[in-house]
Design a protein around this ligand. Structure first.
Ligand SMILES: Nc1ncnc2c1ncn2[C@@H]1O[C@H](COP(=O)(O)OP(=O)(O)OP(=O)(O)O)[C@@H](O)[C@H]1O
Ligand SMILES: [Mg+2]
Length: 305
């Protein structure tokens, strides 16, 4: 039984006369507890797709439903980790998470809410930084706060929009392991957006490529038949991992690639007549004239003694 269902979803931007269609007829089904990665080019429409699920955008056509109910707007049943961290800069780590917890669990006691905040700060290894503001944190730390904030709201589904996109390769690798470990342990349904096929395969149960667009569509769904406790060093030599990556990349470069724009134009070539090299150059004033007029030009050279 599918938990998240997108049925023939289309979405575009701009006025009706100049509408740019970003997504066209997208179908997606995600089961409860499943981690699905959507991988695609920059600008393809990945964030647009995610925001249709978060409820920040509405589809032009088709429907998006969660647990059998059509999504009409944002809700606390969906925890979103935005591409740009989106933490409140004047609040500390603990306060940022606390704000989310307060909004979702207003009936909980003060102690219980504080415990919830501390639990998730601990989960993402930021206890030492709980009283720092976002400006005092590294990119990776900020991203962990975003993950902790989303999880602390105990959502039904976690929507991660390129959570590691802005990080260096080493931090990215460590956080991939950390976040996928947290996601698996929580048993939550997760939609992970990424532009890196390796990251998608490493972190998800299923990976689906999104075509380049405009009018992007989802490609075939590739199940990741690898051991859930994936060791990145071992994976690099795993033939199943390599084969899967090759398949996903082949789809993105083939059927999923941006269609080539071909322009047919009539070219009028200059009317040049080839020069007959056999004809001797004329002698003018005792000097041979150049064959081509264009080779002749007058230059004044300043000779300083
Ligand atoms: N609110 C908006 N108004 C107009 N155009 C938009 C809006 N949001 C997105 N777009 C356009 O839709 C297209 C897809 O944008 P989107 O942010 O979904 O891409 P993306 O796949 O998430 O890219 P990236 O990997 O760079 O984050 C882009 O051409 C973008 O300019
Ligand atoms: Mg995006």
């Amino acid at each position: 039984m599918s938990f998240l269902v997108l049925h023939q979803v289309s979405k575009g931007f701009g006025p009706p006369e100049a509408r740019r269609e970003v997504l066209r007829g997208v179908d997606l089904s995600v089961k409860q507890g499943e981690i699905v990665a959507i991988v695609g080019y920059s600008g393809a429409g990945k964030s647009t797709l995610l925001h249709l699920v978060s409820g920040l955008l509405k589809p032009d056509a088709g429907s998006v439903s969660l647990g059998g109910r059509v999504i009409e707007g944002p809700g606390t049943d969906r925890g979103v980790v935005f591409q740009n961290y989106s933490l409140l800069p004047w609040m500390t780590v603990a306060e940022n998470i606390r704000l989310a917890v307060d909004s979702v669990f207003p009936d909980w006691s003060e102690t219980r809410r504080s415990e919830q905040v501390d639990r998730y700060i601990h989960l993402v290894n930021l206890t030492h930084a709980r009283d720092r503001r976002p400006s005092e944190l590294s990119g990776g730390m900020r991203q962990r706060v975003s993950v902790a904030r989303a999880l602390a709201m105990d959502p039904q589904i976690l929507l991660l929009d390129e959570p590691l996109g802005a990080l260096d390769a080493l931090t990215r690798g460590t956080l991939q392991d950390e976040i996928s470990g947290i996601c698996r342990a929580s048993g939550k349904t997760v939609v992970l957006i990424t532009n890196d096929p390796d990251e998608g395969i490493l972190m998800a149960d299923r990976i689906i490529p999104l075509s380049a667009g405009p009018g992007a569509i989802l490609g075939p769904s590739f199940p990741v038949a690898l051991d859930p406790t994936r060791d990145r060093r071992a994976l690099n030599h795993d033939p199943r991992f390599k084969a899967l990556r090759a398949e996903v990349v082949a789809w993105l470069l083939g059927p999923g690639a941006r269609p080539a724009i071909s322009v047919s134009r009539k070219l009028i070539l200059p009317d040049l007549e080839p020069e007959d090299l056999e004809i001797p150059r004329p002698l003018i004033g005792g000097r041979r004239r150049s064959r081509r007029r264009s080779e002749e030009r007058r230059e004044t050279v300043d000779l300083t003694p």
